[in-house]
Ligand binder design. Sequence first.
Ligand code: SAM
Length: 292
Amino acid sequence: MNETEIHKPVLLKEVLEWLPAEEGKIIVDGTLGPGGHTEAFLKRGATVYAFEWNEDTLMIARERLKPYGKRVKIFPLSFTHIREVLDAEGLRADGVLLDLGLSSFLLEQSGRGFSFQRDEPLDMRMSDELKLTASDILNRLPERELVRIFKRGEVPRARALARVICERRKKCRIETTSDLVQLVRDLYRPTPPKEKDLLAVVFQAIRIEVNRELENLETALKEIPEILKPYGRFAVISFHSLEDRLVKNAFKSDERLIVLTKKPITPLPEEIKLNPRARSAKMRVAERRKDQ
Ligand SMILES: C[S@@+](CC[C@H](N)C(=O)[O-])C[C@H]1O[C@@H](n2cnc3c(N)ncnc32)[C@H](O)[C@@H]1O
């Protein structure tokens, strides 16, 4: 299998237009994944500091990026450690990219229950360092916590879903993606065109909780401006409105930054045709002020 089958980098042309990846520049890729964006930065001549917390993905990226030798340094860490690592190395970055969300590899080949279209154990941890699986969360958390998770994830009838889960788990544990799909179907009785959207939003709400995605993004949004050089650029690609809202508001209210994209950059129809998964991508870019 080649790399583009593992994952096609989203908004690649646009990322290369907005981040300065030429020779002599330092780019931080906070979400290395299988290495699509990073390889493009390396081809342009930049040095890349890359972060990735999924062990299997790291193996794929390491193999792919071998030809670039010491110009790429890979850290098996969450992007919440970027500041710590760059401080320790005494470095500041010319550009930072966060490409949030799942890679096609995690969705289709990790066997961790990210997709409602596969029957797999309900794990959903992107990294083995995370303690609670999706199944642990559904079987152990108090009902009010489940309500919070579903409300935050904008799941319709969040209270009813939490109730049904708590009723079901008294009888037997919710262990697999199929268990969850069945539960959602029983509660909402959705018609086929709506069913996919509903399942996607329920799965997403749980995945966000398991991986602490919004908390991690908030940390990064606070810390990354600190490790940018003057005029250094920070680009974030998000895939749902919860993330995009956080990015938009953080960029706008951060005195260290100038927002460069008044409206988010979205993929052209040609890209969506080749890679339908890109359709919900939104990229926002900000620049570090000179005198901050
Ligand atoms: C959309 S993919 C990145 C794809 C990559 N840009 C490419 O073109 O190949 C997102 C990746 O970020 C990783 N990831 C998500 N949250 C992370 C975090 N807090 N720290 C490090 N990696 C994270 C996921 O494991 C996944 O591999």
